[in-house]
Design a protein. Structure first.
Length: 131
């Protein structure tokens, strides 16, 4: 969904895409948040990209069951807040691309292996999140 001028993502779009593995909404500069339940039906998702999408916050349970997510790209957004459980629930997450955000300024490789230190670096994102 590159360059589609999206302003939001409707969870109903994903209800029948239960086998979706890779999702990209790069260059949709008006997506402000990923709401709770948006990707709940998509249990197979492994790679998600939201680079250059105007993203400001990620709500609790936006991705539902994150057990297969291995990589997420959030580069070049205005991300300032996200729920801590987003990362806690992503048990197979290995790579987080997060440069050029308000509360996240770097990429994280081997995320699970360095979980505690990365979570400490991401604390500014968590303290600004208001459910």
């Amino acid at each position: 969904l590159f360059y589609n001028d999206l302003t939001s993502l409707n969870p109903l779009w994903f209800e029948t895409l239960t086998e979706l593995v890779n999702f990209s909404a790069d260059y949709n500069a008006r997506i402000r948040s990923i709401l709770s339940g948006t990707f709940t039906a998509v249990r197979s998702i492994r790679i998600v990209t939201f680079s250059n999408s105007g993203l400001e916050e990620i709500h609790r349970d936006a991705f539902g069951n994150l057990s297969n997510l291995t990589s997420i790209s959030l580069q070049w957004n205005n991300l300032y807040a996200m729920d801590r459980t987003f990362f806690e629930d992503a048990v197979n997450l290995q790579t987080v691309y997060g440069t050029r955000n308000l509360c996240m300024h770097q990429d994280f490789h081997y995320f699970r292996m360095n979980f505690d230190s990365f979570m400490e670096i991401l604390e500014p994102c968590f303290v600004k999140y208001e459910p």
